[in-house]
Design a protein around this ligand. Structure first.
Ligand code: PGA
Length: 277
């Protein structure tokens, strides 16, 4: 099944709304030289920048989808300091990251909380990007697959079958986030394939359609090899998404990966035809 790669820039707590506008414009300039219809790009600025980014994306007809980094699971109420999925939807937000490892580790988000947020995002007709990933300790103990499986089962527990069909999952090993140490493409592929299998176990038949991103120190130098893996359908990019040149090069790498995957598939089909003759 062909899945459109999704490259998402997670700006975390960086850039005020004026800097955010500049980054949207610079990125659009960098990408204008390339045709990238085969790749989807989403930008996830801090909440306070969303309205400015939405305005510039709209006015300049930029090809980016708008994303958020978090939300609350209730539509409204006495939750001081929180922002609801419904509020984000009104700003033309398409994707919301939920359960990022920084939120799990620093803000105490459990799988149950992540599940409620993912469901709230989907209910508001946006797509959740549900993050999972093991710590270094868990990897070294040989528990990476088990940890990711448990996180997926807990975090996706409240989604309906229809909501699974548009779901995005981000596999982000915690030890690779912001460390400059990315997972080896082969290991990342293995974990993404495992995640796909678990998703298919949760809801039979949906696994092959769910997009699974890899995240953790994705840079222009490693993007193409990571994105060429058959079960990696995009990247969740932190640090490198703040630099328009680097981020544009990652989008280009995704395009190149699409082209090489397509060429490999065609060569395989041709081989098969030749053998049948
Ligand atoms: P990084 O962050 O690319 O800076 O490692 C990835 C993320 O936190 O989503």
């Amino acid at each position: 099944m062909s899945r459109t790669p999704l490259i998402s820039g997670n700006w975390k707590m960086h850039l005020n709304h004026l800097e955010a506008i500049q980054l949207c414009q610079k990125l659009s300039y960098e990408l204008a030289r390339h045709r990238y219809e085969q790749v989807e790009v989403s930008l996830h600025p801090p909440f306070v920048d969303l309205r400015s980014c939405q305005t510039v994306i709209d006015a300049d007809r930029l090809e980016f989808k708008l994303g958020a980094q978090n939300c609350h699971d209730q539509n409204q109420g006495a939750f001081t300091g929180e922002v609801s999925a419904a509020m984000l939807a009104k700003l033309d937000v398409s994707y919301v990251i939920v359960g990022h490892s920084e939120r799990r580790a620093l803000f105490g988000e459990t799988d149950e909380i992540v599940a409620a947020k993912a469901a709230a995002v989907a209910e508001a007709d946006m797509t959740p990007i549900v993050c999972v990933g093991e710590t270094l300790e868990e990897r070294e103990a040989g528990r990476a697959a088990e940890v990711v499986s448990t996180q997926l089962r807990g975090s996706l527990a409240k989604l309906s079958r229809a909501q699974f069909e548009t779901l995005v999952v981000a596999y982000e090993p915690v030890w690779a986030i912001g460390t400059g140490r990315n997972a080896e493409p082969r290991d990342a592929q293995e974990m993404c394939a495992t995640a796909r299998q678990v998703i298919d176990d949760i809801r039979r038949g949906v696994g092959s359609g769910v997009r699974i991103q890899y995240g953790g120190s994705v840079k222009p130098v490693n993007a193409q090899e990571l994105l060429a893996q058959p079960d990696i359908d995009g990247a969740l990019v932190g640090g490198a998404s703040l630099d328009p040149v680097q981020f544009a090069r990652i989008v280009q790498a995704a395009l190149q990966a699409c082209i090489s995957i397509k060429a490999a598939r065609q060569a395989k089909n041709q081989d098969r035809k030749n053998q049948d003759r």
